[in-house]
Write a protein that binds this ligand. Sequence first.
Ligand SMILES: Nc1ncnc2c1ncn2[C@@H]1O[C@H](COP(=O)(O)OP(=O)(O)OP(=O)(O)O)[C@@H](O)[C@H]1O
Length: 366
Amino acid sequence: MITTTDLTKVYRSRGREVTALDGVSLHVEPGEMYGVIGRSGAGKSTLIRCVNLLERPDSGTVTVDGQDLTALPGPRHRAGRSLRRARTGIGMIFQHFNLLSSRTVRGNVELPLEILGLTRRERARKALELLDLVGLADHAAAYPAQLSGGQKQRVGIARALAGDPKVLLSDEATSALDPETTRSVLGLLRDLNKQLGLTVLLITHEMDVVKAVCDSAALMEHGRIVEAGVVNELLATPGSRLARELFPVAGPVAGDGRTVVDVTFHGENAGQPVISHLARAHDVDVSILGAAMDTVGGRQVGRMRIELPGHPESNAEALAYLRERGLTVEPAAREAPAPRETPADGGTDEDPGPRPTDALAPEGTR
Ligand SMILES: Nc1ncnc2c1ncn2[C@@H]1O[C@H](COP(=O)(O)OP(=O)(O)OP(=O)(O)O)[C@@H](O)[C@H]1O
């Protein structure tokens, strides 16, 4: 549904050049919720703004619903008619909602409908239908200042859906909201994704957002996608940075005469008492050093750091037993280093690593 090929974008200001996108290729399947995660300055906003050509890439292509938007004619800083038409199929929501304070809730949702040329009566009907969809029909006459943040974002979502888009772009839409409101707005996005078959591309710096709603995800650093894939598959991929970021497990890593491994449970095996079976079948004492369990896409997933006495070679059979049961087993690594500061070797012994839940928080918010 969305494909970007080798996108590059360099900003030039006051003699300085900043490469915001450095060859970004991304593919979002129809009906998918796809999260792009990365730290501040990674290039996420630039990427999402290139998808609807609010920002024109220097090179590369953007195809949405089979149409190459980069090939559509238009002066450099103004969209041509064909691009404007294509954009009605792409809704967008923003971190700070971008509502007009002088218009009522209904007036805000009607704005794109006015631009689309609907009659007054059609606009009113459609706006109320959209407000009903986001659970705000009874606030149609209110002004944005009278709404909570979550309600404002719901208005933003209703407005974004005015052109019956197939694609919704979400630019940090929950970053200004508290955790509970975040959950409810993400729940709404998930419902709309299912109900309308809406493809959602969202950018975020919060792993919890990816965990809560994304089918697929990409990790972005310095204008590049460094890892991408289906979240459930990444969780089963040894060495996956995203898996480590999604389920960080604390605890000491391997030392003398000990085997310390990170085990990822996913799919069927998440509910099985595999560790106690391991202890019995191999007559081995298993210590659990750390664990993180959660639900991804409605399925229980988790990671656990376990320690077995003896060297890894002496535990080869026990580790094979876990792998045979479909678990991903890999040598315990330090918690995933924050992307921006990642040293090539993954950290030093002195480096305690980032805290588990905020590894990707923008600087200044931690
Ligand atoms: N209009 C601009 N002019 C100059 N530099 C820019 C412009 N927009 C973005 N940049 C720079 O491009 C890089 C990528 O910025 P971008 O906003 O895309 O990152 P981001 O991952 O979305 O970060 P944030 O979450 O802080 O917005 C940054 O170094 C930023 O300073």
